[in-house]
Structure formats: C-alpha cells, structure tokens
Design a protein around this ligand. Structure first.
Ligand SMILES: Nc1ncnc2c1ncn2[C@@H]1O[C@H](COP(=O)(O)OP(=O)(O)OP(=O)(O)O)[C@@H](O)[C@H]1O
Ligand SMILES: [Mg+2]
Length: 235
C-alpha cells in the first residue's frame, strides 16, 4: 500500500498496526470494497476480520476534494452511531482508501428475507438524525443502508453527500425518502408492510421540523425584544 500522508487531517484513530487487505467483498459505481484486518491476531482469516476497505479511484467526477468530503461526513455521522466508524485513511496519487468497521448486511439483503415494518421506523429515525446533523446523504437507497446484527441502522456511501443549507432540511429529507421508496419499488421486493409503513412515514415527514432551534429561538427573542422596544416608544 502507499505511504501515509503525515500530519494529514484524517488522523489515524485506530488500526495502528499495518492493515491487510483480503478479497473483494463488493463494488459500486465509485469504488471497491475489500475484506480487511487491522488486528494482527485476526490475520489468519483475512476474509473474516472486522473491517473493510473502500478504495475510490480519482477521475473527472471523483477527486481528492470529494473523497475528503465523503470521509469527513461519514466520520461525523459515525460519531452519532449513524455510520460505520472509519479507522484509517490514505491518499495516493490515483485514489484514496479508507478502512472502516464491517457491517453485517444491507437493507436489500434483509428485505429479501423479511417484510419488516419496524425497520422502516428505524430508517426514518436514522435519516432524521442525519438531517439534524445537516448532512444530506443524496444516494439513499437499499444498498447504501446497512444494519448490524442487532438491526441497528448504519448508513454507508457518503460519496454524494453534502452539507445542508439553512432552511433546506425538509427538502433534503423528502428527496432521500423518495429515492428509498423508488428503489424498494423498482427492485420488486415482496415487502408490502415495510413499504406501507415507509409511505406513511414519508407523508408525516412533510411536517418534519429540524432540531437545534437555538439560532431560530435567538432570532425570535431578538424580534420580540424589538417589538417591546417599538411598543414602548409608541406609548
Ligand atoms: N462497512 C461495510 N461493511 C460491509 N459491507 C460494506 C461496507 N461498506 C460497503 N459495503 C458493501 O459494498 C457495497 C458498495 O459500497 P459503497 O456503496 O460504499 O460503494 P459505491 O461504489 O460508492 O457504491 P454506489 O454504487 O452506491 O455508488 C455496499 O452496497 C455493501 O454491500
Ligand atoms: Mg453504494
């Protein structure tokens, strides 16, 4: 593997030993995912370790900036248990890699076996938490939503994610939800209960109010002060 960039702001937070990359586990339109070991003791069975590496090749559409953005936003989500933790990042001339915790399965694989309406609620909750962190996922589909063995939702693939501008939270939430419903429907999965619940939640999401109203409260207070001042002066 390539040399690490020293003092890079993607500091190493785990995986201090050299990591080993195993077989390819999957690939998407941006990169490939490989089984990975970080712990020396685990290395005997590389394809059964607790980590995976995502390799992203730089090209016209993916550059170092978008790679950094992907890592930073996933790290932010991971701090709130909404994404797998990233333990190592490297950049080389032709691309970047990051090592993250391996997650049990995708929503797609889960839905192949279960028409699980409770999972719709968990996904809604994860998505609203992400929106409250001002992250717009922007590629919210059934292979980018994963879960651990306890059915906790973990979101992956922040390659198209952006930060949310003031006042756009609802729009972003609804876009992500639309994409999810579209992909569930287009995959012809037999999950009527899950889909029904997802659509109910989508309807309710139109009234979604983002958390963290601090700044809004301040401006409300400021307004009311002004009104008091005004009303005094008119007396
Ligand atoms: N942390 C992980 N643990 C286990 N499997 C993973 C993990 N991250 C990704 N995968 C698997 O690899 C696949 C591709 O990963 P990812 O979506 O990040 O790549 P991508 O190239 O950006 O894909 P896309 O086609 O959605 O743009 C996932 O759908 C999933 O099956
Ligand atoms: Mg993906």
């Amino acid at each position: 593997m390539s040399a690490r960039i020293e003092n890079d702001r993607f500091e190493t937070v785990g995986c201090l030993q050299d990591y080993r990359i195993g077989e390819k586990l999957g690939s998407g339109s941006h990169g490939s995912i490989y089984h990975t070991c970080c712990d020396e003791n685990e290395i005997e069975d590389i394809n059964n370790c607790e980590y995976v590496t995502k390799e992203v090749k730089f090209n016209r559409y993916n550059n170092i900036r978008s790679f950094r953005q992907e890592v930073l936003l996933q790290k932010k989500a991971a701090r709130h248990h909404l994404a797998p933790e990233i333990v190592k990042t490297e950049i080389k001339g032709t691309g970047g890699i990051f090592v993250m915790k391996k997650v049990y399965q995708t929503l797609y694989d889960h839905l192949l076996q279960n028409d699980d309406e409770d999972m719709a609620d968990k996904i809604y909750s994860a998505l609203t938490s992400l929106i409250n962190l001002k992250i717009h996922h922007n590629d919210f589909h059934i292979r980018n939503i994963m879960m651990d063995k306890h059915y906790n939702v973990l979101l992956i693939d922040f390659g198209k994610s952006t930060t949310i501008e003031e006042g756009k939270s609802n729009e972003c939430l609804n876009k992500d939800f639309d994409k999810l419903i579209d992909t569930v429907m287009s995959e012809e999965l037999s999950v009527p209960k899950f889909l029904k619940r997802l659509i109910e939640l989508h309807r309710s999401s139109f009234a979604f109010k983002p958390k963290n109203t601090k700044s809004r409260n301040k401006s409300v207070k400021r307004k009311s002060k002004n009104t008091k001042r005004k009303s005094k002066s008119t007396i």
